[in-house]
Design a binder for this molecule. Sequence first.
Ligand code: NAD
Length: 438
Amino acid sequence: MKIAVIGTGYVGLVTGTCFAESGNEVVCIDKDARKIGLLEDGKIPIYEPGLQELVHRNHRDGRLFFTTDLVKGIGAAQLVFIAVGTPQSGDGSADLSTVFAVADALGEHINGPKVVVIKSTVPVGTNRAVADRIAARCKHAVDVTSNPEFLKEGAAIEDCTKPDRVVVGVRRPEVATVLHELYAPFLRTERPFLVMSPESAEMTKYVANAMLATKISFINEMANLCERVGADINDVRRGIGHDVRIGFQFLFPGSGYGGSCFPKDVRAVVSMAKQVGGETAIMEAVDRVNENQKSVLARKIRGHYGDHLRDKTLAVWGLAFKPRTDDVREAPALVLVDFLLAQGCRVRVHDPEAMANVRAQYGDRLVYCDRPYGALEGADGLAIVTEWQEFRNPDFEVMRRLLKERVIFDGRNLYEPRIPVGFGFTYHSIGRKTGVPG
Ligand SMILES: NC(=O)c1ccc[n+]([C@@H]2O[C@H](COP(=O)([O-])OP(=O)(O)OC[C@H]3O[C@@H](n4cnc5c(N)ncnc54)[C@H](O)[C@@H]3O)[C@@H](O)[C@H]2O)c1
């Protein structure tokens, strides 16, 4: 098939590349000329494991193209995907201005019958609005379908090529058949292809993220309570997870969720409900609990050093909102960094992939260290915010030599407390007793 993907970000570049990988001819379109220039030069503007190799191969083999020119990009396409951003607007609702600008441009320039596929996460009713905007400007038969994306940054290729399910919202069954043909290579192990109305497809994406965010805020609230009553959240997790109705997945306590999806999508659900006179007490609480949780390490750090934070140096491991990505949008680590800077601390940071994005925001207000141990040199303590694999089994002997004070604030419960404590560390974690060397 000939496909155009408008918006070449985390979702557009990954899905476009995966469609090319299964033999389709794909044009990725973006208004950001820098991004398109990098891609044409063989450089990948984001970090996503495995993506570079796929982009190179498909670009080289003439199945994957990049352009800033929408009119040229959509010219030959049968399917046009919209994968532009839908960030949070001032009142918490999803900002649809980019989606609508693209819809208007499509209406102006579509040159024949096409299927437009909305992949961006959009509130219920957007499918209808996009269809109306295109129809108002265009005389060709255009089907507008909704196909929400469920990929996770850090595992995006795997999620895209082996999805748990594909959801499509269509007004005509024939359009579902076209999309099924496109997705067939990814569904070979009997993965479900679920056809529904566009409204239900739009809602499915929000309900999925709402549930996942709820699980995180739930376990964080329970972890905080464990600390107060002297229980250990890890033991409690084991105690509940064997109940198959509960399970273990996505129930890890931490420093709160971040990223470009959960925070804005939870707020968009609240806003959507308000617009139709509905209630979302759980979603409002999920958001509030999460905002509070993002400061959990800051509170522990203040509790440890008291009023003597000024002139301390803190090392921070992990800046990305989750491991295996360079994405720092709404990252809990940045809430901690802001707190430390406001207290007058010096901050030495390390992240395997996200440093360039953080440097673009913070400039020389932070000390950027290429290696995790480098960040510890002369620091008064270490805070861990993102659970990159390489932080899981560190050399505590080296760490204790480098740190001025042996204290770790672990926002992801990476260690069995007895291990750092055995090396003489005071070990703060989430939902567990503070480990103190005896
Ligand atoms: N990032 C994720 O993990 C993820 C997962 C599932 C769904 N989503 C949803 O997918 C959508 C895209 O998210 P993302 O993370 O890929 O965003 P992103 O910010 O990484 O990418 C969006 C891209 O669209 C481009 N763009 C903006 N306006 C444009 C225009 N008029 N014409 C062409 N290009 C334009 C931007 O330059 C940018 O490159 C959002 O709705 C998001 O909620 C994201």
